[in-house]
Unconditional design. Structure first.
Length: 579
């Protein structure tokens, strides 16, 4: 078996492109024989070169998109082929071990973690400030969110789930009929068709015991795995489906892109060779590790996530749709409960925005209300300043951001009010730092000045970057832009904040007019849930009191002219004077 030094050499070889067939086969056997070897090897490999980036690299992407003649490929391939195949094999082994470990007894269904104030309360350190939860979620942290529930009849003993419910690691979802859509913390989206039985392992893997699953995997979730009683499938950037019958036999269907898949025996041990399937290919696995046949994929067998109810042609003509990541409009696609409160504020899909990043709230007590005449006679989502908030599904945002809010701020005793915070649950750990963090947290806030009547409103955008270790009460931030134009309470306004790490500049505008421009020097790219209407940790202050009528987020730093164009468009929509 390889020694530790030989293991180190293989990892280095992966990165450097030096590879040997016999050595790799020896390492593969070494990984299978001992789970500790597996854990250590994968940990080291992730340190040397993140496995997900292997699939995103230009050379690897070109390789993955090239059709291959035979699924049962030998190891006589190019260095890039070696790299992708071995990486897929390791991922399959990891999934087989960690997903199946301890799951012979499925136990009882786990209730979801509701997105409540208690769930968002911070941890504390003796003598230190209030800090957010750790970035590495423990067993009680959310690894996924219920995105859509459609005509579900729940299996006896299963806790019925509301749209927007958070799901803990180990949560079991079991439905007799109906469709259930889940967004994992990694951004992976799956839709289940009943009868179906699924267990969430973590934000990047699940165990399908019965039924059909359709998966759509964004770049952030490459490596997502689905384990069944007879197979393990690892995504390599794709849309695919997996089905499991009552005997445990499974089928893997690739709709677009590519997966690596593997048969497993009754003990969950991988058998045979890794098989790569590309678009329109499918494979059948029998329980016990026997592969029966290959055939053409049948996408029609699987239920996909629901399409938007509003066609793009029926939406207002947005001046710029390139790089759009989120569009919420209070007069479109707001789902209310029986009391008139907002259960879901749905993302409008147009242009480059083709993934639903809906803002959800499953907990009744924390749902904002909705009014048809909230802002200049137009609909708006009303936050009462009592902790009501909404959470988007996990959405990927970049170092280049432009945000637009159509907002009015109520008169309140509070001084600081959060409009949006990019650090939704599971929250990243707020570090003590001397240097800039890997990724800062973008904020957009409203401020009330009560010092002299009448109370005035201002806005500020900034990026939070951590606490000072020597003086924990000192908070670091960068790119802080403050508005200088005085505004009154209840006065509608279009607020825009642009952040560009590339151009080293952050800018705040009101109604299209420049308020302040400062230096921006911290990275902010992150896959996270965005919190609307409240700070994720500071529950007792920084809660918003006012109306949000429209929210747009772009994954680009728009030009001055583009910002003015969108600000004018929004102002016209809501009869806001921009002169």
């Amino acid at each position: 078996m390889p020694s530790d030094s030989k293991q180190d050499k293989v990892v280095a070889d992966f990165v450097d492109g030096v590879r040997n067939e016999d050595h790799y086969r020896c390492v593969e056997q070494w990984l299978k024989n001992d789970s500790d070897h597996l854990r250590a090897f994968v940990a080291q490999l992730r340190i040397e070169q993140d496995l997900h980036q292997l699939c995103l690299d230009d050379d690897v992407s070109r390789f993955l998109c090239t059709p291959l003649v035979d699924d049962r490929r030998s190891f006589k391939k190019s260095p890039i082929t070696w790299l992708a195949t071995i990486a897929a094999s390791i991922l399959l082994a990891v999934a087989s071990y960690f997903v199946l470990r301890g799951d012979n007894n499925p136990g009882t269904p786990n209730p979801p973690l509701q997105a409540s104030a208690n769930r968002l309360l911070p941890a504390t350190e003796p003598g230190g400030p209030r800090i957010n939860a750790a970035i590495l979620a423990d067993a009680n942290s959310s690894v996924g969110t219920v995105w859509n529930v459609e005509n579900c009849v729940w299996t006896k003993g299963q806790t019925p789930l509301e749209r927007g419910a958070d799901l803990a690691a180990g949560s079991r979802l079991s439905v007799e009929q109906g469709n259930l859509s889940i967004v994992f913390g990694s951004g992976a989206r799956v839709t289940l068709a009943g009868p179906c039985d699924l267990i969430l392992k973590d934000s990047r893997s699940c165990l399908l015991r019965l039924g059909n699953l359709a998966a759509s995997i964004p770049p952030s979730a490459i490596g997502f795995s689905v384990t069944t009683p007879s197979s393990v499938t690892i995504d390599l950037g794709t849309e695919f489906g997996v089905s499991v019958d009552e005997r445990g036999s499974s089928e893997v269907h690739v709709f677009d892109g590519e997966v690596a898949t593997h048969s497993i025996d009754r003990n969950g041990v991988p058998t045979g060779e890794v098989v790569r399937l590309t678009s329109s290919e499918a494979k059948h696995f029998e329980i016990g590790g026997t592969t029966l046949r290959e055939f053409e994929a049948n996408e029609a067998r699987f239920v996909h996530a629901p399409h938007p109810s509003i066609p793009p042609n029926d939406l207002p003509t947005l001046p710029i749709a390139d790089n759009l990541a989120l569009w919420l409009a209070a007069d479109k696609q707001v789902s209310l409960d029986e009391t008139g409160h907002v259960a879901a504020w749905e993302d409008l899909l147009i242009g480059d925005n083709q993934v639903h990043d809906d803002a959800l709230q499953p907990t009744l007590d924390f749902r904002p209300s909705w009014s048809p005449h909230a802002l200049n006679g137009k609909p708006g989502v009303c936050f009462e300043g009592n902790g009501t908030f909404l959470l988007t599904t996990p959405m990927e945002t970049t170092n280049e951001q432009t945000l637009f809010f159509v907002v009015s701020v109520d008169r309140s005793k509070r001084q600081i009010m959060q409009l949006i915070n990019y650090n939704g649950p599971p929250e990243r750990h707020v570090v003590y730092r001397k240097e800039l963090p890997e990724s800062g947290v973008l904020h957009l806030q409203a401020y009330l000045n009560h010092r002299q009547p009448p109370t005035s409103v201002s806005f500020v955008g900034f990026v939070f970057t951590g606490h000072d270790k020597e003086d924990p009460m000192t908070v670091f931030s960068t790119a802080r832009c403050d508005s200088i134009t005085p505004l009154g309470c209840d006065q509608p306004v279009v607020v825009a904040y642009r952040y560009s790490l590339k151009n080293q500049q952050a800018t705040l505008t009101l109604n299209g007019q420049l308020e302040q421009s400062v230096v921006a020097d911290a990275p902010i790219a992150i896959l996270s849930r965005k919190v609307l209407g409240r700070h994720p940790s500071e529950v007792h202050y920084q809660t918003f009191s006012g109306v949000l009528a429209e929210v747009l987020i772009y994954n680009s730093a728009l030009s001055d002219m583009q910002m003015q164009s969108i600000s004018k468009f929004l102002a016209n929509q809501y009869s806001i004077d921009v002169d």
